[in-house]
Design a protein around this ligand. Structure first.
Ligand SMILES: Cc1cc2nc3c(=O)[nH]c(=O)nc-3n(C[C@H](O)[C@H](O)[C@H](O)COP(=O)(O)O)c2cc1C
Length: 443
C-alpha cells in the first residue's frame, strides 16, 4: 500500500495557488483546528507519533509540550527550511510545488503553541522560493486565514520569510536562531534549550518544513489514524529525496514498511541502477549518516530485510547500520570511489564548520587533508589510523552535532571500506576518477 498524505495533489495543475489548493480540501484542517482548543490539537499531535523530519526524529508532540509559557512573554514558531545537507532536497520540493501545505501547517501549529508571529528561515541558495512562499502567505491573508482575528476567532498570526546567507550550520536550530536575530550563525550552548530561551530569548519551537507540513493531515484524519500508517515508532509517511546512481532521481513519499530493496529497484521509486551496474553502497539519510555497503543495506547483519524506517535502518548500530536522518538517499554504484566520495564530504564539512569548537574547526581540516593525500596516492597505512584517530576526537566533543556529521562518514567509510583505502595507498592514482556523484546535483 502506498499512502499519500503530503503529495496527494502534487500533480494537480495550479495546486500552488490558493483557489486550487482550497478546492482540493486545502485549509479544511485549519477550519477544523480553529474549533478545537490548543490542548486538543497537542493531544492529536502526540497521539500521531509524528517525529521531527529534520534528521533527529524527535517526537514533535513532546517537543511542543516542553514549550515554556510564561505570562506576558511572546513565543515563536520557527520553521527550519535551511535544508543544506547534501543529498536532501525534499523540503524544497514541498515549498516549491505545494506551499500552502506548509502555510496551513504553520497556522495550525502556531495556534496550538500560542504564537502570534512565526518565521520560515530558508537557505539563501533557494533564491526563488521565498517569492513562492510570500505569494502563498499573501493569498492566505487575502482569504482570512492569516492576519488579525483569523476567521473571527480572535486569533492573530503573521508569518515572515527570512532568507539565510547559505551556511549549512545555520540549519542547526540555535545557529538558525542567532542568524534570524541578525547575528553570525554560531550554535549556542544548551541548556537553555530554545523551548525555554530561543528567539529573542523567548520560548521557541523550531521544526522542519516536512514536520509542520504533516500537521494538517494529522488534524484531518486524527492522530490515532495517522499513527496506524507506518510501523512501530515510525508513523505516517516520509519524503525521501533520492539521488546518485539511480534511474529515477527525485522526491518520493514512502510508507515506512517499504523495503530498501524495493525502494531502489522498483519502477515506482528509484527504478534501479543505470546501465545494469551493481549497487556498491548507500547513504540513506543525508550526507552525515554512516555509509552502508550493499550487503548490509538490503539485509541486516542478522539477515533480516531492511526497511525504510527509523528503527530498521539503525539496526546493528553504527557497526553495521545507519540512520534515516533527513531522508536524503544517496546511491553509489560499483564504479564509485569511496575514498574520493568521503574526501568530498570532508571538504564540505570543513568549509561549513563555524569554527567555534577546536575539535571541529581543526579536525575537519585534518580529515580533509589526510583524505586528499590518500586519494592522490600519497598516503600511508598510518594515515588511515590517523584518520580514525582524528574523527574519534571530533565526535561528541563539540557544541553542536556538525562535528558528529563530519566524523561519522569518515568512520563508516573506514569501517566498511578499509580495503579501498589500502588500495589507494598502494596505487598512486584513483582508477575510478568518477567526479559525477560527488556533486549530488539536486534534481
Ligand atoms: C549542522 C546541522 C544542520 C542542520 N540542518 C537542518 C536543516 O537544514 N533542516 C532541519 O530541519 N534541521 C536541521 N538540523 C536539525 C535542527 O537542529 C533541528 O533539530 C530540527 O530543525 C528540528 O526540527 P524537527 O524536530 O521537526 O526535525 C540540523 C542540525 C545540525 C547539527
Amino acid at each position: 500500500m502506498n499512502n499519500k498524505l503530503l503529495l496527494t495533489h502534487i500533480n494537480v495543475e495550479g495546486i500552488r495557488g490558493f483557489d486550487v489548493y482550497r478546492n482540493h480540501g486545502g485549509y479544511t484542517s485549519v477550519d477544523k483546528a480553529l474549533k478545537m482548543t490548543p490542548e486538543e490539537i497537542l493531544e492529536e499531535v502526540k497521539a500521531s507519533g509524528l517525529r521531527g523530519r529534520g534528521g533527529a526524529g524527535f517526537p514533535t508532540g513532546m517537543k511542543w509540550s516542553f514549550l515554556a509559557k510564561p505570562e506576558g512573554v511572546p513565543r515563536y514558531l520557527v520553521v527550519n527550511a535551511d535544508e543544506s545537507e547534501p543529498g536532501t532536497f525534499k523540503d524544497r520540493f514541498l515549498m516549491e510545488y505545494i506551499p500552502h501545505k506548509l502555510i496551513e501547517g504553520i497556522i495550525i501549529s502556531s495556534y496550538c503553541l500560542g504564537t502570534n508571529t512565526s518565521y520560515i528561515y530558508i537557505r539563501g541558495e533557494y533564491s526563488w522560493i521565498p517569492d513562492i512562499l510570500e505569494q502563498a502567505i499573501q493569498e492566505a491573508k487575502d482569504n482570512g486565514f492569516l492576519g488579525k482575528n483569523i476567521k473571527n476567532t480572535g486569533y492573530d498570526l503573521e508569518i515572515y520569510v527570512q532568507r539565510g546567507a547559505g551556511a549549512y550550520v545555520c540549519g542547526e536550530e540555535t545557529a538558525l536562531i542567532e542568524s534570524l536575530e541578525g547575528k553570525r550563525g554560531n550554535p549556542r550552548l544548551k541548556p537553555p534549550f530554545p523551548a525555554v530561551k530561543g528567539l529573542y530569548q523567548c520560548p521557541t519551537v523550531v521544526n522542519n518544513v516536512e514536520t509542520i507540513s504533516s500537521v494538517p493531515s494529522i488534524i484531518e484524519i486524527s492522530g490515532a489514524e495517522y499513527a496506524k500508517i507506518g510501523v512501530g515508532r515510525s508513523t505516517g509517511t516520509k519524503l525521501i529525496s533520492a539521488c546518485g546512481n539511480i534511474n529515477k532521481p527525485g522526491v518520493y513519499e514512502i510508507d515506512f514498511n517499504l523495503s530498501v530493496e524495493e525502494f531502489i529497484y522498483s519502477e515506482e521509486y528509484c527504478g534501479g541502477i543505470p546501465n545494469g551496474k551493481k549497487l556498491k553502497a548507500c547513504i540513506p539519510g543525508g550526507s552525515s549518516v554512516p555509509i552502508v555497503p550493499a550487503k548490509l543495506l538490503l539485509k541486516t547483519a542478522d539477515g533480516e530485510t531492511r526497511y525504510m524506517n527509523y528503527e530498521s535502518l539503525s539496526l546493528g548500530g553504527f557497526e553495521s547500520g545507519t540512520m534515516l536522518g533527513s531522508g536524503g538517499f544517496i546511491v553509489l554504484d560499483e564504479d564509485q570511489c569511496v575514498v574520493r566520495h568521503t574526501m568530498t564530504l570532508a571538504r564540505f564539512y570543513n568549509h561549513e564548520s563555524c569554527g567555534q569548537c577546536t575539535p571541529c574547526r581543526e579536525g575537519t581540516g585534518w580529515l580533509y587533508r589526510i583524505l586528499k593525500k590518500i586519494e592522490e596516492g600519497k598516503g600511508t597505512y598510518e594515515d588511515i589510523d590517523l584518520l580514525w584517530d582524528v574523527q574519534s576526537k571530533i565526535e561528541g566533543k563539540t557544541i553542536c552535532p556538525l562535528g558528529d556529521a563530519a566524523a561519522w562518514p569518515v568512520a563508516a567509510a573506514i569501517r566498511h571500506f578499509r580495503d579501498e583505502f589500502e588500495w589507494h595507498i598502494n596505487n598512486p592514482e584513483c582508477l575510478t576518477k568518477n567526479y559525477g556523484i560527488a556533486n549530488y546535483a539536486c534534481v
